[in-house]
Ligand binder design. Structure first.
Ligand code: ZN
Length: 162
């Protein structure tokens, strides 16, 4: 059974640590962590979640770029490495489950190629553009202790609706 994990908030030093390589992606512990991360991302209505955000300093992140709630499109990245990024960049409003109620535009390359282990521990190469490329770069930053607020051109605070 997958568990819902606590999402660490900005200010906790684990978010600023460079995450470590996963030595045994097929181990039951890692498989459990990946399932828990997917469940946690889903519960939080997130489109991406890095292991550092649940207090595990490991090079893992999960992404769900579903167009609609019914159609999930989940990707698992273990020990990912971005190989190529396009020279053309675009701004996009980003937010983060670890930085609540703050949004801001971040410039990032539009396309990239990433080499990674998938959920089964198999090495795959993914060419990404659009929202997927965006989320991959945001999550990859988490693994290197970087938050989008470090890169955003400006930040907006979203007022709580009463
Ligand atoms: Zn984030």
């Amino acid at each position: 059974m997958a568990k819902i994990l606590k999402i660490i908030q900005e200010g906790d030093p684990v978010l600023r640590k460079k995450a470590e390589l996963v030595e045994n992606p097929k181990s039951p512990e890692i498989q459990q962590l990946v399932s828990d991360m997917i469940a946690t991302m889903r519960k939080a209505n997130g489109i991406g979640l890095a292991a550092t955000q649940v207090g595990k300093s490991l090079r893992i992140f999960v992404v769900n770029i579903a167009e609609e709630k019914q159609k999930e499109e989940i990707y698992v990245f273990i020990n990912p490495e971005i190989k190529d990024v396009s020279p053309d960049k675009s701004p996009f409003e980003e937010g983060c489950l670890s930085v609540e109620k703050i949004w801001g535009p971040v410039m990032r390359p539009k396309k990239l190629t990433i080499k990674t282990l998938n959920k089964n521990g198999d090495l795959v190469k993914i060419r990404a553009k659009g929202l997927l490329a965006r989320v991959i770069q945001h999550e990859m930053d988490h693994l290197n202790g970087i938050l989008f607020i470090d890169k955003a051109e400006k930040l907006y605070k979203i007022e709580e609706k009463k």
